[in-house]
Design a protein around this ligand. Structure first.
Ligand code: ZN
Length: 366
C-alpha cells in the first residue's frame, strides 16, 4: 500500500511526483537539488483525481519513507488532519483576497514537524484577481519549507501570473479498464458491475464508485435515463422535475444531517459550550453562522447529488466577528487542531464543501 493507490491511470504523474519526493528528501538533508519546487499546479478533467493527487503528494512529502501509506504522517495527511497540511476548499463562486491573505500568513510559519508545510488550494480557478495577486508573493518568494499545491480543471483557469510560477502536472481521464480494475481491487466490486460503473461514469472515479457501490445510485441512473421518454407536455416535465428533486432531497438528507451534527459538536468543543464553569461567549452567534452555511451546503448537496461526499469530516468554525473559518479536522486531533487553527491561522475560504460546483466556471471578479 502506498499513498498513490487512489490515483487511477496516472502512472506518469505518479512517476514525476515520486521523483520530486526523493528530491525533496535530499533537499531536507541539505543537498542541492533541482527536482523539487515550491509551487505546483495540478490540473485534469473532473473526477480524474487532481485533489487526490495533491493530497497524496502532500502525504508523501511528510512521510519519512516517501509515501508508505500506512505511517501516522501518511494517514493523517491523507485524512486531512495533519498539522502541516492546510487544505482550502470552497463552495463559493470565488475565493476572496482576505481569505488568501490569511493563508499566506499561515504559509509564512515554519512547519510544526521537521519536514514540509503543505498548502493545498483545491479551487485555484476561483481565486479573484486580487486574491491571485496576494498569493503571488508567497509563491514567488516562498518560505523555505512551504509548498503550495494548487488544483484547477485546466491550466488556463488559473491566472497567468500564478501558473507561470508553478510546475504543472496534468492528469488525464482515467481509462475505463483502469477504473474497473480499481473498483474490483479497492472496493471488491464484482467485475461486471465494475465494468458497467466504469463505462457509465466515463472516467469519473467518484461517480464510478457511487454507481458501483450503491444500488440506489444505479437505480436512479436508470430512472434518469428514462426521463426523456416520459416528457410529453409541460405537465409531465414539471412532474418529472418534482420527482427528481424529491429523490435528491431524500438521498442527501441523512448524510447532510450527520455532517451538520458533527460540525455542531466540533463547534461546541471549540467554544467549551456545555462545559461546567465555561462561559462560551460568542457561541450563539457562531452557531447561527454555522447553521446558515450548512443550509447553503445542504441545498447544493441536493443539486449535485452525484458528487461524492468528502471521505472525512470537515470542521467548520465561524470566526469571531465576520465570515467563517472552514478548516479540516480529523478524529483524535480534532480538538487540538481546532484550537490551534482557531487561535492562530484562521482562514476564510468560502463555504465548507469543495465537492460542490467545483467544475463550474465562474467569472473572475474582485
Ligand atoms: Zn508514510
Amino acid at each position: 500500500m502506498t499513498v498513490w493507490d487512489d490515483l487511477v491511470g496516472q502512472a506518469d504523474v505518479i512517476d514525476s511526483l515520486q521523483a520530486s519526493v526523493t528530491a525533496a528528501d535530499a533537499a531536507l538533508h541539505g543537498e542541492l537539488t533541482a527536482g523539487m519546487t515550491h509551487a505546483w499546479l495540478f490540473t485534469g478533467p473532473p473526477g480524474s483525481g487532481r485533489s487526490n493527487a495533491a493530497r497524496a503528494f502532500a502525504a508523501a512529502l511528510l512521510c519519512d519513507q516517501g509515501g508508505c501509506g500506512s505511517c501516522l504522517a501518511c494517514r493523517t495527511a491523507l485524512a486531512g488532519s495533519h498539522a502541516d497540511v492546510t487544505r482550502v476548499v470552497t463552495d463559493q463562486p470565488v475565493i476572496r483576497v482576505d481569505a488568501v491573505r490569511e493563508l499566506v500568513r499561515h504559509a509564512a510559519l515554519a512547519p510544526a514537524g521537521n519536514r514540509w508545510q503543505l498548502m493545498i488550494v483545491e479551487d485555484a480557478d476561483r481565486l479573484t484577481d486580487s486574491a491571485a495577486d496576494a498569493l503571488l508573493k508567497s509563491i514567488e518568494e516562498p518560505p523555505p519549507r512551504t509548498v503550495w499545491l494548487l488544483c484547477a480543471p485546466t491550466v488556463e483557469d488559473v491566472a497567468p501570473t500564478i501558473r507561470s510560477r508553478c510546475r504543472s502536472l496534468v492528469l488525464r481521464t482515467p481509462p475505463t479498464a483502469a477504473v474497473a480494475a480499481y473498483l474490483t481491487e479497492r472496493d471488491k466490486v464484482p467485475a461486471p458491475v465494475a465494468a458497467f460503473a466504469a463505462r457509465a461514469s466515463q472516467g469519473h472515479i467518484g461517480r464510478a464508485r457511487a454507481l458501483a457501490l450503491n444500488e440506489a445510485s444505479r437505480n436512479r441512473r436508470r430512472e434518469v435515463l428514462r426521463v426523456p421518454g416520459q416528457l410529453k407536455d409541460l405537465g409531465s416535465c414539471l412532474t418529472c422535475a418534482a420527482n427528481l428533486m424529491e429523490a435528491a432531497t431524500e438521498e442527501a438528507q441523512p448524510r447532510v444531517e450527520a455532517l451538520d451534527a458533527e460540525e455542531l459538536r466540533d463547534l461546541e468543543t471549540v467554544y467549551g459550550a456545555g462545559t461546567r464553569g465555561v462561559k462560551s461567549t460568542g457561541f450563539a452567534a457562531a452557531a447561527k453562522e454555522l447553521q446558515k452555511n450548512q443550509k447553503q451546503r445542504a441545498k447544493r448537496f441536493v443539486r449535485e447529488r452525484h458528487r461524492p461526499f468528502p471521505s472525512r469530516p470537515r470542521l467548520l468554525l465561524p470566526r469571531r466577528g465576520r465570515g467563517a473559518a472552514r478548516l479540516t479536522g480529523g478524529a483524535g486531533q480534532r480538538r487540538a487542531a481546532a484550537r490551534r487553527r482557531y487561535d492562530g491561522a484562521q482562514h476564510d475560504a468560502g463555504d465548507v464543501n469543495a465537492q460542490v460546483g467545483r467544475d463550474l466556471r465562474h467569472p473572475r471578479g474582485a
